[in-house]
Design a protein around this ligand. Structure first.
Ligand code: NAD
Ligand code: IPM
Ligand code: MN
Length: 350
């Protein structure tokens, strides 16, 4: 069987970490006799440069026909004043593929708890998932415009959009520790009042799952104070964006976190939660863990290659435990050397 993967390296550190992800994938292919066919396409700033469009038609078509999509990262100062920004390509791709369910796992195994800027005893054992609604809310609501004197963004949600993301969260909680934390701002926002009502209704179908509600400001605090109390967090698009970057710091670095984005049907997309990191691009110091873990999520969630995924996760965590750490985690291992070490462990210590 051939697995068709569309790779979108993007901008900044995107191509550096994509190279790392594809190299470990190739090592796994050899180890497990798998056949991956990789098609690479320009996207984001690279799409603007090559084809004057952050989401060129050919790139979208390649994504639509893939078994899964891997994305590095997009954006950068070069395109900040372009008529269409790279970020618009990313939002258009999520919308075009209907990628409404963004899954962002945050885990701190005991072996790396000392890398966190927070106290070891606070972060040790942290294991939760942010389920972020990805195709609605203030990112997409109309009207949206601005001039020198005023600006408008619109935050809308339908009950149907809230219900389908809540269902994802409850289903996930059932496979874990049976707890859902719904994060909103229902003391102020109309969209959050509807959010809370719909989540409550969905919860009645899952009597085994405990539901708690938190306002987003309090959630931001508790994430740092008691991160181990969370199991599945479900929240709207912008809150999920902000809280997941905050949560990444619990692990020690934003460069650690992968994500999966799922549609109701069609291919899913796997990408780090971070951006193109223009401040460190081209220096071979980016942490490729976010991409490597995105590859393992893809193996598990789109390709059902569970053994290969477990193997990759083990190789990556053993590499870190052996002391190979990139600069963001206080080490001095380069992106390419880290990748080499993971590949060595995938191949079985050659
Ligand atoms: P960023 O996530 O790119 O970087 C924030 C900080 O984290 C920087 O100091 C960066 O060096 C560091 N960092 C991020 N990933 C790292 C890694 N793998 N290893 C080590 N350090 C890492 O956020 P930003 O600087 O605010 O945004 C830069 C550009 O990326 C912007 O154009 C933004 O819109 C875009 N962006 C894209 C995505 C995406 O492609 N999905 C996500 C977020 C931001
Ligand atoms: C992310 C990014 C994107 C978002 C930007 C680049 C549009 O921050 O994937 O988290 O806000 O969703
Ligand atoms: Mn973000």
């Amino acid at each position: 069987m051939t697995y068709h993967i569309t790779a979108l390296p993007g901008d900044g550190i995107g191509p550096e970490i994509m190279a790392s992800g594809l190299e470990v994938l190739e090592a796994l292919a050899q180890k497990f006799q798998l056949d991956f066919k990789i098609e690479t396409h320009p996207f984001g700033g690279a799409g603007i440069d090559a084809l004057s469009d952050p989401l060129p038609e050919t790139t979208l078509a390649a994504c639509q026909k893939a078994d899964a999509i891997l994305l590095g990262a997009i954006g950068g100062p070069k395109w900040d004043n372009a008529s269409k920004r790279p970020e618009q390509g990313l939002l258009a791709l999520r919308k075009a593929l209907g990628l409404f369910a963004n899954i962002r796992p945050i885990q701190v195994p005991n072996t790396i708890a000392h890398l966190s800027p927070l106290k070891k005893e606070i972060v040790e054992g942290t294991d939760f998932i942010v389920v972020r609604e990805l195709t609605g809310g203030i990112y997409f609501g109309e009207p949206k415009h601005w001039d020198e004197n005023s600006a408008v963004d619109t935050l809308t949600y339908t009950a149907q959009e809230i219900e389908r993301i809540a269902v994802q969260a409850f289903n996930l909680a059932k496979t874990r520790r049976n707890k859902v934390t719904s994060v909103d701002k229902a003391n102020v926002l109309a969209s959050s009042k509807l959010w809370r009502q719909v989540v409550e209704r969905v919860a009645t179908r899952y009597p085994e799952v405990t539901l708690e509600h938190l306002y987003v400001d309090a959630a931001a605090m508790i994430l740092i104070q008691r991160p181990t109390t969370f199991d599945v967090i479900v929240t709207e698009n912008m809150f999920g964006d902000i809280l997941s970057d905050e949560a990444s710091v619990i692990t020690g670095s934003l460069g650690m976190l992968p994500s999966a984005s799922h549609p109701e049907s069609g291919p899913s997309l796997y990408e780090p939660i971070h951006g193109s990191a223009p401040d460190i691009a081209g220096q071979n110091i980016a942490n490729p863990m976010s991409m490597i873990s995105s590859v393992s999520m893809m193996l598990r969630q789109s390709l059902q290659l569970f053994e290969a995924a477990d193997y990759l996760d083990k190789a990556a965590s053993e590499t870190m435990e052996a002391g190979f750490l990139t600069k963001d985690l206080g080490g001095n291992t380069s992106t390419t050397d880290f990748t080499k070490e993971v590949k060595k462990r995938v191949k079985g210590g050659e």
